[in-house]
Design a protein around this ligand. Structure first.
Ligand SMILES: Nc1ncnc2c1ncn2[C@@H]1O[C@H](COP(=O)(O)OP(=O)(O)OP(=O)(O)O)[C@@H](O)[C@H]1O
Ligand SMILES: [Mg+2]
Length: 498
């Protein structure tokens, strides 16, 4: 089974029809693999047993209502393409089904329409999934941000209280002297206060309130140094490998904090491999974003999705009371986002875990925080041109949240109208490349006739330099590949404006 194979579930009681459907898709060049179901039970079984990329359902099934199949499919996966095929169907019923979430509808005597319909559905559902993922990442970041503010506030007050406790305990210890019966008690108070300070310090790091001492670093040097430390710490049954990409741009980050992040990750990996395993540290440069990444990969027990979803929360731990504080990854998150980078987890039960830390190269690194973390100050007026509503909304939200003044246009024509008729004066243009009517490159050229120095950031869904339709971007044009994370967008915009 190859990954570009399209797995089609045909819900049809008629053998001939199912064969016809298969033929019409294969003739259009789609590498399909068909599974057939005739009952809702079989549909359930198919969806549970293997990947399904698209469901093609007959409308006139004896004893099965297409709406029920649709509901079943939607419950399994809200984005799974569903195409209805039918001999005859009243217009009203068709409209009802579309309203209920069927995305397309093909008549059996027009099966040539089926392949294009399936292709379009596949494309659109991939887009929907991408949007959902970006939104999910944004939500996660917002949730962690507000948790950070809360934790930071508590930690700050707590630290003051702990300082008082520790101070009096130290005075007591000294006054009582080693001979006194209560000397050990006072010492115990002192030690507990110190442990408390250690915890609050982690909370302060997580919330970005702990001051940083950023320095220019070569990630490879840090990784190599840590390899030595880890070799000693992790023990013999963990095989440690380092894979370095040479000539990485340098990064700006607090070295001791970065080392602590790597140490936390390695300790997590060891805990996930109680009977030994492999741990790999690797570095690389991500060409598209210019970011420098460190991946920490283990082949341990991995995490179920509900654990992975909460792993960065402070105090979330599966290790039980007294064994884990649940601050390891929360701290890592704070350190990395404070340095203008991003941290992501990829984990599956029994398949191990990859923790990936991406940091901006020093040239465009966000200024390191001083005492209080704050989004970059409002730094200009941005015009966002993007025809996909979902992407446009997300981009605008990310930019507004970062303090930019944002204006949006759904296509180049609207953008030109905003500039020419409403006299919008922008500091930078952020535009999609492929749009109806006029491409982003043409739009940029058009606007640059009046303002040759207008900074432009292009966004594209295609990974190669050239987009379909022969539209070539200049090789040095700043280009952001979709899907991107909030940090990528902000860093790229920052770089374009600099
Ligand atoms: N490499 C990993 N493999 C499997 N699960 C992991 C891994 N890293 C983290 N986890 C899961 O995420 C949870 C949170 O991790 P985190 O490092 O924040 O806290 P902790 O390890 O439980 O406690 P602490 O780091 O304070 O000792 C862990 O309890 C564990 O369930
Ligand atoms: Mg940990």
């Amino acid at each position: 089974m190859t990954s570009d194979e399209v797995r089609v579930l045909v819900v049809d009681d008629n053998d001939d029809d199912a064969v016809l459907i298969g033929h019409s898709l294969a003739r259009a060049g789609l590498p399909v693999r068909l599974t057939r179901a005739e009952t809702t039970e079989q549909v359930t079984a198919s969806l549970a047993q293997h990947r399904v990329d698209v469901v093609i359902c007959d409308y006139n099934l004896p004893g099965v209502r297409a709406v029920d199949v649709l509901a079943q499919v939607r419950e399994h996966d809200a984005d799974l393409p569903f195409v209805l095929v039918s001999g005859q169907v009243g217009e009203e019923t068709a409209a009802d089904l579309m309203r209920a979430g069927a995305r397309d509808f093909v008549l059996k005597d027009r099966l040539t329409r089926l392949a294009p319909a399936v292709q379009r559905e596949l494309h659109e559902s991939a887009e929907r999934r991408r949007h959902r993922r970006i939104e999910e990442q944004l939500r996660q970041a917002e949730r962690l941000d507000s948790l950070g503010q809360l934790a930071g506030g508590i930690a700050h007050d707590f630290n003051n209280i702990l300082a008082v406790i520790a101070g009096y305990a130290t005075m007591l210890t000294e006054e009582l002297g080693p001979g006194h019966a209560s000397h050990a008690d006072a010492l115990a108070i002192e030690q507990a206060a110190a442990r408390g300070s250690g915890l609050t310090r982690q909370l302060l790091i997580f919330s970005g309130l702990e001051p940083s001492r950023p320095e220019l670093l070569d990630l490879n040097v840090v990784a190599t140094d840590m390899q030595r430390v880890l070799n000693r710490t992790l023990g013999e049954d963990i095989e440690l490998t380092t894979m370095l990409s040479l000539n990485l741009p340098r990064i700006t980050i607090d070295r001791s904090k970065l080392e602590q992040v790597i140490m936390n990750a390695a300790l997590n990996a060891r805990a996930a491999m109680p009977s030994g395993g492999r741990l790999t540290l690797s570095t690389e440069l991500i060409r598209e974003t210019g970011q420098v990444c460190l991946s920490i990969v283990d082949n341990g027990c991995g995490m179920p999705p509900e654990v992975a979803a909460r792993a960065f929360e402070p105090f979330f731990t599966t290790k039980g009371r007294g064994r884990g504080t649940g601050l390891g990854l929360a701290t890592a998150y704070g350190v990395v986002s404070d340095a203008g980078g991003s941290i992501t987890l990829d984990s599956r039960p029994d398949e191990g875990t990859t923790l990936r830390i991406c940091l901006p190269p020093a040239e465009i690194a966000a200024p390191a925080s001083t005492l209080v973390k704050r989004p970059a100050a409002p730094s200009g007026r941005v015009l966002v041109v993007e025809d996909e509503d979902g992407v446009r909304d997300i981009v605008c939200r990310i930019l507004r949240r970062a303090g930019y003044e944002v204006h949006a246009a759904a296509d180049p024509a609207e953008a030109l109208r905003l500039v020419r008729e409403d006299h919008l004066h922008m500091d930078v243009l952020v535009t999609d490349v492929i749009m109806p009517g006029m491409s982003g490159t043409q739009l940029a050229a058009e606007l640059r006739r009046a303002r040759p120095a207008l900074p432009v950031l292009f966004m594209s869904g295609y990974t190669s330099g050239s987009a379909p339709g022969g539209e070539e971007l200049p090789a040095d044009a700043p280009l952001l590949h979709k899907p991107f994370q909030a940090e990528n967008l902000l860093n790229a915009l920052h770089a374009v404006l600099a």
